[in-house]
Design a protein. Structure first.
Length: 303
């Protein structure tokens, strides 16, 4: 009799064991669903402006302000036709070429000047290196509006207004402290033994820089190139100050031509050209996002 009772107790114990596991699986599934809904909602909120931009580029200008809905009543591609034809006798490709010239020049200038300055701060010993580095970091706290007037006066006296020089030249002079600081941190994590071994073989600073440092800070340089391209492509204040001729305008300033305060604004064309101006940045970021992650994740040493 006792044996039967023991068997029954064991059978009941076996039957009741899976219940907690089922509860855990259910709880885990519910948590996963909740997190999915929350993340999907946040993603929808973030992507809604981009979706609105894409859909509104097919709206006629007359519907802006009258049709608050997302879907246009009378979709049209005339906005893109107007944009491709250009404005004021200037074709759209000219604005793209101007933006591309400024952005690529900024990338080249920042990579050259910031990497050289970072190597000097991280590897070259000279008097006052700590003070100079602190002053450079201090410029990151200085609002750009403080130096706009002195810079404008300086370039005006040099007769460089309405040229690309004020927009490109500072990039070749290591004036962007953020990129210098980023590369300094990468270089400091590179073992100095590599430099010492190169010096034993007779290498100087330039040989060490180009043969050892540059290959190891590629993630930082690619990260700097991505940010430099995006910031220069989207820059509005600099070209607004220094450029006066419409044929020299980059895309952010060209957008203003479609919204003249003295006449009717063409909202449809403005939205269409805004979308076209956004495409190069999206393509550039998608292509190089893997390198951007590497640049943030690594510490200057590529294993």
């Amino acid at each position: 009799m006792s044996t039967i009772e023991v068997d029954q107790a064991e059978a009941l114990q076996v039957q009741t064991q899976p219940a907690p596991r089922r509860r855990k699986i259910k709880r885990k599934t519910v948590n996963t669903i909740i997190w999915f809904v929350v993340l999907a909602s946040i993603t929808a909120v973030i992507l809604y402006p981009l979706l609105w931009l894409v859909v509104s580029s097919f709206k006629p200008s007359s519907e802006f302000g009258q049709n608050p809905g997302l879907i246009p009543d009378n979709p049209t591609i005339n906005n893109y036709i107007k944009v491709v034809e250009g404005i004021g006798g200037i074709p759209l490709w000219r604005f793209f070429a101007n933006s591309l010239l400024i952005a690529l020049s900024a990338v080249v200038g920042i990579l050259i000047s910031a990497s050289l300055a970072a190597y000097a701060f991280a590897r070259v010993k000279f008097k006052g290196v700590g003070i100079l580095f602190a002053c450079m970091i201090g410029t990151m706290l200085l609002p750009i509006h403080v130096i706009i007037i002195p810079q404008y006066i300086m370039f005006q006296k040099l007769e460089l207004i309405d040229t690309y020089v004020p927009l490109i030249l500072p990039k070749f002079l290591a004036t962007e402290a953020f990129f210098v600081f980023l590369m300094v941190q990468f270089i400091r994590n590179i073992p100095r033994e590599l430099d010492e071994a190169a010096r034993i073989d007779g290498a100087g600073h330039l040989r060490i820089f180009f043969s050892i440092i540059v290959p190891l800070i590629k993630p930082a340089m690619i990260t700097s190139a991505i940010f430099a391209f995006i910031w220069s492509w989207n820059d509005f204040l600099g070209p607004l100050l220094y450029l006066n001729s419409p044929e020299k305008y980059p895309l952010p300033i060209a957008l203003r031509l479609y919204n003249d305060a003295s006449s009717t604004s063409d909202y449809g064309a403005t939205v269409a050209v805004s979308l076209l101006a956004l495409l190069p940045i999206l393509i550039f970021f998608v292509v190089f996002q893997r390198f951007l992650v590497d640049g943030v994740a690594t510490q200057g040493l590529k294993g």
